[in-house]
Design a protein around this ligand. Sequence first.
Ligand code: ADP
Length: 380
Amino acid sequence: MINDHSPLNPPTKEPLGIETLLLDAHCQLTGWSARAARFVSATLKLAEPVQTLLPVLAGYEASLEQVRRGQLPQLYLSPPDCPKGEAGLNFSLTVLTYPPTGGLVCLLTDLNEPNRPEENLRQQREDLDILRKQLDLQTARLEELSQLKANFVSMTSHELRSPLTSLKGFLDLVIEGVAGPLNDEQHRFLKLASNNTQRLTKLTGDLMDIERIESGSISLNLQDFDFYGLAQVIVGNFQVPLRERNLTLVFDARLRHYDVNADIDRAEQILTNLISNAVKYSQPHGRIVIGFEEAPSNMLLTRIEDCGIGISEADQKKLFQRFFRGANASSGGSRGNGLGLSITRALVERHGGEVGVKSTLGEGSTFSFTLPFAVPTATE
Ligand code: ADP
């Protein structure tokens, strides 16, 4: 039976001889207090399922999951629902969510132990100390694994990058006819191979950026430059896809020159990501507008507006998460890895700016970001 005592109002008459079991999200043991063994039916060891230790919990899997997710305040079992432990001890069992690990904590209260508050308090302090040490060990292990993962991603991305660049270079030379004339089919196949090589190169670059963002090691080479001019150069790179999809791209700005203080390569990456999305998610014959305006705090606001497939309200909340691809994108058959927007946001924020999005499903989207002006006010 599940009793409905709230965690803030536990039954008051029970003495304080409390032991603790810590569980992970799969209800497997990750830690325990010094004298917890006297309540359980099997040897305490890491990764042991809680139902093996406390058979009384078999059948309560759904309730445990509800407690873990915070949908149920607690699971509380006491005699006769909670049978005597191995040593014949009467005990009650309270299971609570344990946010630091995303798992659960089981509090086992010895109902036979006399109430000796000072002794109990000292015991609990010792137990907490042991738990803290176990938690520290696990945190150190997690940090070690996270570092291993970061090294692996960084090493494989670096190793893949050079051969991919060389592969693309040679493919493009052959496509240009440097190694002899090609028939139409050979040209088409090699073009496909070259495009896919480029996608792989972009993926390795994105993975390296994500790793740098996570480790906080992105460094900026700040300088003053005309962002309007850079935007025009970048738009030049999109002439082929714009033409292929019959899209119009126009600028909307009061001035023809906006000096910003930013890392020019990163600024190019930010704008390229957003224009590339506007092109990718536009309907054929659509119109894309790149607008510039002065924003508060001496920032330049750039907006990229499209009248494409738009984004649902639910998806807008998750847009900037790593690897997130909206339902619109996946169903439309467009390619992508879901990393562009999370990198874009991190880069903008690294410059002290902000990103924004407004969108209506089926009507279009406007992405915007701010970068600091080079001088207190923009000059023409
Ligand atoms: P990718 O485009 O590679 O999937 P992004 O991180 O750039 O990854 O974008 C994440 C998701 O945001 C996309 O999969 C798509 O669902 C949505 N999205 C981004 N830009 C637009 C846009 N201009 N119009 C509609 N949806 C967009």
